[in-house]
Each structure stands twice: as C-alpha cells, then as structure tokens.
Design a protein around this ligand. Structure first.
Ligand SMILES: Cc1ncc(COP(=O)(O)O)c(C=O)c1O
Length: 291
C-alpha cells in the first residue's frame, strides 16, 4: 500500500510519482487557471457518485470551451489511482486543463490543443460538523464561469484562509445582490420554520452533487428540504443564525452533509431537520456508490 499522506497520481495513461512533472510550465491551467475539476468522496475504495461528477466535468469543460474528456479514459484513471491508493484514500480529484497554451488568456486553435488530464487519490480528513465564518467577499452570479467548477479557485483560497484565521473551517459568501450563495467548497442550507432551504442556482452557487442528492433523497423520504426562491435567503439570514433563530448545514463531496455548530465563533444549534438530513444522507450513501 502507498504512503497515505502522499497522493497517488495518474496522467496520460499511467501512474506518476509525486516528484514527476505531469504538466509543462506553459500549461494554461497553470498560467491562467484555464481548467476544470471534480472532487469525489471515496466509499469502500470506490469514487462516490462518479457518473454525476463526470457529467458535471463535461458540463464545466463545455462551459469553458474545453473539449470534453473521454469518459472511459477518466474512469480508467480513477480506477488506477484508487487501486493503488488502497483503503485509506478519502478523495479522488480529476483535473482537466487546456494544456500547453500562450502566456496570455487567449488559446491556441482547437486543432493545436492538447488538454492535460490528471487524476489523483489522496486522504480526506472528515469532520461530522462544520464551523463557518462570514467573509466580506462575494460570488459574482453574473460571471462568465458562474456555476462551473473551474480551477480558478484563488478567491476561495483567500476566503478560506480568512475563515481558518478566525477558527472556522469554511467561509460563507454572499453574491453581488446580497443573497446567501455558498461556501468556498460547499453548498449551504438554512433550517428555518421546520424546513431546510438552499440557495437556488441563480444565486451563482455551484450545482453541488451532494446538494442535488440531498434534495432528491429528502423529497423521496418526505423530509422538508427544498431549493429557496430567488431572494428568499438574503445573506442577512445569517444574523438569525447568530441569534439562534435558524440553523445551518453544509453539503459537499468530502464533508457530505455536515450541520454547522459555530458561526463567527458563536455556537449555533443543530436543527432537527439538519440532523435527520445527515442521517438520511449517510444511509442512502451506504446503499449505492453511484446514485
Ligand atoms: C464552490 C463550491 N460549491 C459547492 C461545492 C459542493 O459541491 P459537491 O457537493 O459536488 O462537492 C463545491 C465542491 O467542492 C465547491 O467547490
């Protein structure tokens, strides 16, 4: 078995050592963030919800104008890294970039493009609960890449560093019109009046796979979880969490469904629907690795 702290890497049809270069200095993913990615949790040595993640990878690539990766090739990469990583792998990451490109933001002609595809498996520390912090920066719901899972994550890096600095493990962002949007790597749900509400995709949030599964499974189970209407969840709803009138929950591929226990360093109570949502998610997740 490999060292669990070191990621297992696959690119261009074979395993690579962590010291081996897999992209050139002019890779457009590196120079301008021209790439897309997916992160899947790992359950019993298999990538969870891989088919949904591959569909979103293809959608993100299309949204960026990158050629969609060959699905069988990506699946072969995922299977190779998970076999090599053994039972300690907690996450799989698939990255697709424009490949070697000019130094500016323009691209080579499509016939000259050689996209870079990298698949990694690595550990994933998990916490059953989340601590969140409000940050002053916003998601641009009108961005050219709103809703796409691109490798341009510098805004998330800055926001998450600020959250960590303040003792939290996730930052919550508004959008440009003051609506609650999402976290740096998670979707958010608000428990209010006996139901769980999550911002609509029009808020500019990512269409999270965990969010989507929770909405579907809750509907089947009769648990009151729904997408909010536009404007129904202003960012100021977080003031109500701080004063104990609403609860919060995060969803994401590594954390799964995690109730929030602190906001800006203040305790937040876990609501009943949030607790039931977590139990439901874990039960359904154990039944089917590729729902
Ligand atoms: C910005 C952002 N929002 C939401 C999510 C949650 O999506 P998923 O449940 O597909 O992991 C992620 C995942 O990393 C993300 O990066």
């Amino acid at each position: 078995m490999s060292d669990p702290a070191r990621p297992v890497i696959w690119s261009d049809g074979r395993r690579r050592s962590p010291d081996e270069p897999v992209a050139t200095a002019v890779d457009h993913g590196l120079t301008v963030g021209d790439g897309v990615f997916e992160t899947c949790g790992v359950v019993g040595g298999q990538a969870f919800a891989l088919s949904r993640h591959l569909r979103r990878l293809a959608r993100s690539a299309q949204g960026l104008g990158l050629p969609a990766p060959d699905e069988d090739t990506v699946r072969a990469g995922v299977s190779a890294v998970l076999t090599a990583a053994g039972p300690d792998a907690g996450r799989v990451r698939i990255t697709l970039t424009g490949g070697p490109g000019p130094l500016g933001s323009h691209r080579f002609a499509p016939e000259d493009a050689h996209p870079t595809l990298i698949v990694l498996a690595g550990p994933a520390p998990r916490s059953p609960v989340a601590r969140v912090a409000r940050v002053p920066w916003v998601r641009n719901e009108r961005s050219a890449v709103a809703g796409l899972k691109t490798t341009s994550y510098a805004e998330n890096v800055v926001a998450l560093a600020e959250a960590y600095r303040r003792g939290a493990d996730e930052a919550l962002l508004a959008n440009t019109v003051g609506e609650l949007c999402e976290g740096t790597g998670s979707n958010v749900f608000v428990e209010r009046g006996g139901e769980l509400l999550t911002p609509p995709l029009s808020s500019g949030c990512l269409a999270g796979i965990t969010r989507e599964l929770l909405l579907e499974w809750a509907a089947e189970a009769g648990l009151p979880v729904r997408e909010a209407a536009a404007g129904e969840l202003p960012y100021t709803v977080l003031d109500e969490a701080a004063s104990g009138r609403v609860g919060l929950l995060l969803s994401g591929s590594v954390r799964n469904v995690a109730p929030v226990v602190a906001l800006d360093g203040q305790d937040v109570e876990v609501g009943e629907v949030s607790a039931a949502a977590r139990t439901l998610f874990e039960a359904r997740m154990a039944q089917d690795v590729d729902p």
